[in-house]
Design a protein around this ligand. Structure first.
Ligand SMILES: NC(=O)c1ccc[n+]([C@@H]2O[C@H](COP(=O)([O-])OP(=O)(O)OC[C@H]3O[C@@H](n4cnc5c(N)ncnc54)[C@H](O)[C@@H]3O)[C@@H](O)[C@H]2O)c1
Ligand SMILES: [Zn+2]
Length: 362
């Protein structure tokens, strides 16, 4: 088993990475010295495979879990779902020492995390992420939240988990498209932080796509280490943490103008990362050869790298980017790379240059 420690003082926690961790969920939770009653929150796709082993593991270790199944998909990340979770927590009489287990992808993690952050002003949270994206990204860092009709993740809280269990075996049931989408974030860590890791991905991609545990374990561990390193230096997102948003300004814009329908998040940021690499060539001297390597690796991972936009769609995209949380004084700021393995945040890109890029990017 690999263990990545997230150093956050009193709130430090471990991310454990291995095959078969769900069957050890109960034993792992017992080590945390929490109350007997708990809630196991999942969705039907994940629950179908893993609710029973997780539930049984908790019961065997002496816990009394309430199984809560929320709908699958982004629409479940709502105040309405949160409320139905609160109702179940109250019915199961969860109290201060009780805890919440989030068993699922980023949607379940964000929702269950938000419920844990807010019920009784905060219950301990154990994350059991079941998508590659959740294992390398959403379960690390402490951001939780739900969507409002006005936009994504508009209500939320920082709430660090007490433990994260990444079970590599669960990735075998993950749809291939979802696995590929998670790889977009994996590749991102190489670009922003670790050139040798990027090289390793170039070498090991075939085994990763085959979901070989021996290959995935060090890859997921490295991603968690990088995210943990970045987050622990900047827990509440004032500066450094922003480099995690490489490719996300354009990616979020694409998601918004397609109404979160056409692209998975990872697909949108794959396109966004290639665009950000092009901007990096122009504004932070990224060698063209690095852009070519980034594009090639994303393509080999089965991700889209270009988008063909009509003129009105381009205008909508630019407008959507202006609404991004990262915009200051109307200037769109980007995370740009100066080489593979090194990125910096805060480079303002003039709107005409951005428009020109989007025109030539088809
Ligand atoms: N909190 C953060 O820091 C953070 C970071 C990145 C993304 N997010 C959030 O994460 C969400 C996206 O998460 P996601 O990509 O994991 O999507 P998701 O949770 O919707 O999961 C994708 C699909 O795969 C299914 N699934 C999950 N694990 C499975 C498995 N092992 N086997 C079979 N099916 C499985 C799910 O039921 C769902 O249908 C977004 O809401 C995003 O805002 C949060
Ligand atoms: Zn992302």
């Amino acid at each position: 088993m690999r263990i990545v420690r997230v150093p956050l003082g009193r709130r430090s926690y471990d991310i454990k990475i291995a095959s078969g961790l769900i069957s050890k969920l109960g034993v792992e939770c017992a080590r945390l010295k929490l109350g007997r009653r708990c809630a196991l929150i999942t969705d039907p796709h994940v629950g179908r495979w893993y609710a029973k082993p997780a539930y049984n593991s908790l019961s065997r270790a002496g816990f009394d879990p309430a199984l809560i199944v929320v709908p699958a998909g982004e629409t479940a990340k709502s105040l309405k779902s949160a409320q139905s979770c609160y109702r179940r927590l109250a019915a199961h009489r969860l109290e201060r020492h009780s805890f919440v287990v989030a068993l699922g992808g980023g949607v379940v993690g964000d929702l269950a995390g938000f419920v844990a952050a807010t019920y009784l002003r905060g219950l301990p949270l154990v994350q059991v992420p079941t998508t590659l994206l959740a294992q390398v990204d959403s379960s690390v860092g402490g951001k939780t939240g739900v969507n409002l009709p006005a936009g994504k993740n508009l209500v939320g809280a920082f709430h660090q988990p007490r433990l994260v269990l990444c079970d590599l075996a669960v990735l075998h049931t993950l749809p291939l498209r979802q696995l590929r989408a998670g790889l977009a974030e994996v590749i991102k860590y190489g670009i922003i932080y670790d050139a040798r890791f990027f090289q390793r991905l170039e070498r090991d991609l075939p085994q990763i796509l085959q979901r070989r545990a021996a290959t995935l374990a060090p890859v997921i561990a490295r991603c968690c280490e990088i995210k943990a390193a970045v987050v622990s230096q900047d827990e509440t997102e004032s500066g450094l943490r922003a480099i995690l948003n490489f490719g996300h300004t354009i990616g979020h814009g694409l998601e918004a103008i397609s109404h979160y329908g056409a692209y998975l998040h990872g697909e949108a940021i794959a396109i966004g990362q290639v665009a950000a690499a092009r901007l990096s060539e122009q504004f932070s001297s990224l060698p063209a050869a690095d852009t070519a390597r980034i594009t090639a690796l994303l393509k080999r991972a089965g991700l889209p790298t270009t988008v063909r936009l009509t003129a009105p769609a381009r205008r909508r995209l630019l407008a959507a980017m202006q609404l991004d949380k990262k915009v200051r004084n109307g200037e769109i700021r980007f995370v740009l790379a100066s080489r593979i393995g090194k990125a910096a945040w805060g480079r303002p890109v003039p709107a005409p240059d951005l428009a020109a890029l989007l025109t030539s990017h088809a």
